[in-house]
Design a protein around this ligand. Sequence first.
Ligand SMILES: Nc1nc2c(c(=O)[nH]1)N[C@H]1C(S)=C(S)[C@@H](COP(=O)(O)O)O[C@H]1N2
Ligand SMILES: [Mo]
Length: 406
Amino acid sequence: MKRRDFVKKATLSSLAIIIGTEIVFGSNMLEGYDPLAVQDPDPFKMFNKNKEMIVLNDKPWNIEAQAHLLDDKITPNSKMFIRNNGLVPEDIDAKSWTLTIDGESVIKQKTYTLAELKSKFEQHSYQLTLECGGNGRSEFNPPAKGNQWTVGAIHCATWTGVRLRDVLEDAGIKNDAVYIGYHSTDVHLSRNPEKEPISRGAPMIKSLQDETLLAFKMNGKDIPLVHGYPLRLVAGGWPASVSGKWINRISIRNKIHDGTKMIGTAYRVPCEPVAPGEKVKDEDMCIIESMPVKSLITYPKSGATIKEGAPLKIRGHAWAGELEVSKIEYSIDFGATWEECPIEKPSNRLAWQHFSATVDFPKKGYYEVWARATDKQGIVQPMLLPGWNPKGYLNNACHRIAVKVK
Ligand SMILES: Nc1nc2c(c(=O)[nH]1)N[C@H]1C(S)=C(S)[C@@H](COP(=O)(O)O)O[C@H]1N2
Ligand SMILES: [Mo]
């Protein structure tokens, strides 16, 4: 979009959100005038992000964290990755926002205002791990197209809202329901209003879980605009693409939802392993559901130098989609031996779990500290890349940091 159209379309209040503060004499601006701050937007200011976040794309905005930024137990907004498939919606008015429940398998189509959702249904809060299906994509070979996420497309924030289940049941779910599909108000990159940037969903079993929320708060405050204000679906442990932002419609489907990015290679992987670079037929691709077991060392930052004889405290998080993580180990000898370290219970189902350890190094020199998690079913993270797939999803290889002992 041209900046000019953008300013014309945006009201002073949405300009204020973009710039991060009120334009004091904004009402004097000439029609079609572009404030300088909008001509060259600063994503860090615009989205309130930490300066060490990494911008992978500005059209649409895609911004990732670095491992050491994710050290908090609950990720603050400033360190949450942004993944947009289209343009952030403008001029959102929460007062007039509605959510419609429709579809082949709804008993009675219903529309709720935000205020109705908040007053009619019980509210719940959960810490939910949301990881982009493409997190780790940058390591695949042959390379996969798309944002080259390294390790930072993951966050675990506290989300507050009402249960999707309660709302779907209020409208009524027919016996033949198999899936839900969300619809949102973000704008397709082409600006064609007929096209949706993304419209995904989840099977009924995931949609009806206690922790699957229609959220209106993140970390106790209104959800930041770029993360889905004023209403967002959150489905922890599944590819974060299931967690639709800016949603205004949910369809209860009598078949697998067939919205944008549900078909072809999008958020799908070969049902059976394939050789790197192999062409895979659509019908041999399966929709990604629960994310695989994974972990991240968030302290210290890779490249740390420590004194000989001083033990190093490391810490991080581990998660395993729908499952709990049962074990975390670290290695300082490239995986020849592993040492188990304590891992905390999740604060609720689908929240990531924290680990810490004190590491001793035998002598001066260069080391790598590797972490490896095992889920409740005994599945262990691979040390290097897992199975290649056309779009580079589900890279749950072990994370490691470099440490020098001097
Ligand atoms: N409406 C809408 N919802 C969306 C997206 C989007 O582009 N539009 N991106 C999805 C993808 S692919 C991911 S990984 C997460 C990212 O959530 P975040 O930007 O809050 O971190 O939102 C999901 N929900
Ligand atoms: Mo994603």
